[in-house]
Ligand binder design. Structure first.
Ligand SMILES: [Fe+2]
Length: 297
């Protein structure tokens, strides 16, 4: 073993250092490969770090000071990358009451002869627009309730948020779900999963058709991904919510059916709710949030 400046530089440590440099080299390459946009501070820094790492790899011996310098650089770049991600997310974020009618991904007559121009134009500019407006109003009214501590009309605005919110999110998905070059069958992993979960594409199509046909009153048939059983499923929804906002992922729930509290709290639901806050598993909510927040449609 060699001793230099009080630092043991035996073979094992050297191997660890070289392995670390290898890992950092891969990390740099990955960043440069996946972030090929305009030149930025962190991109130049990553290129410089990659050069330094490659130079070190030609040396016979690595010192702990070299590694400390690399670690410092890695931390700097990581911090900057995280800031960039947060910045990007902030710019994508819709402020309360700030939803906008998204443009159609094709022209109004693009789905003819299957869906007429007149239907598409009315559906998009009148109906979808009214859901956007209704959602914005409900969100602003709920914000107002929080600020004034006046929750007298909260049930009404929650219902409005569910109806208009689901309307906005489902229609946004619906436009993207169609294309003038559509039709046929899916392929790849989706086709394999449909076959696995429904028996065949024909069986899926029949089930979906029947579910859509038999919606009571107005509503939707929706193919959903159910992460718990890891399966596809077909659901019906009346109106477009009853009462949820489709396209959202639940993070924390509270059962307020009487069966959840009556034996202990009798009719005092408020007492049950107040006590329930003492047993919330925030770690689980945090875990769900961590996974759900990765999703961008
Ligand atoms: Fe609609």
């Amino acid at each position: 073993m060699m001793l230099l400046g009080g630092v043991a530089l035996d073979k094992q440590i050297q191997e660890t250092y070289f392995q670390y440099l290898d890992d950092i080299k891969d990390w740099c390459k990955e960043i440069l490969f996946t972030n090929d946009a305009a030149r930025t501070w962190w991109r130049s820094e990553t290129e410089r770090l990659l050069d330094t790492v490659q130079e070190l790899q030609y040396k016979d011996m690595i010192f702990s000071d070299d590694i400390a310098l690399i670690e410092h650089k890695v931390e700097e770049i990581t911090n900057q990358l995280q800031l960039n991600v947060q910045e990007r997310r902030r710019s994508d974020q819709v402020p309360i009451g700030g939803h906008k009618l998204p443009p159609l991904p094709y022209s109004y007559n693009a789905l003819e002869p299957y869906i007429s121009r007149e239907i598409m134009e009315l559906h998009h500019t009148k109906h979808h627009k009214s859901y956007v407006d209704g959602l914005n109003k409900a969100e602003l009214k709920m914000k107002e309730a929080r600020e004034t501590n006046d929750f007298e009309l909260i049930k009404h605005w929650e219902r409005e948020a569910a109806f208009h919110g689901s309307g906005h999110y489902l229609h946004t998905m619906f436009w993207d779900n169609m294309s003038p070059r559509g039709g046929g069958q899916p392929s790849g992993p989706l086709m394999r999963k449909i076959t696995e979960d429904f028996g065949s594409f024909e069986k899926f199509k029949k089930h979906f058709t029947e579910a859509a046909d038999k919606v009571e009153g107005v509503g939707w048939a929706i193919l959903v991904w159910a992460p718990r059983p890891i399966r596809l499923e077909i659901l019906q929804t009346e109106k477009q919510q009853l009462f949820t906002q489709w396209d959202t992922i639940p993070l924390l729930g509270l059962d307020v059916w009487e069966h959840a509290y009556y034996l202990q709290y009798k009719a005092d639901r408020k007492d049950y709710i107040n006590n329930w806050w003492n047993v919330v598993n925030w770690k689980d909510v945090e875990r769900r949030y961590q996974e759900a927040s990765k999703i961008r449609w």
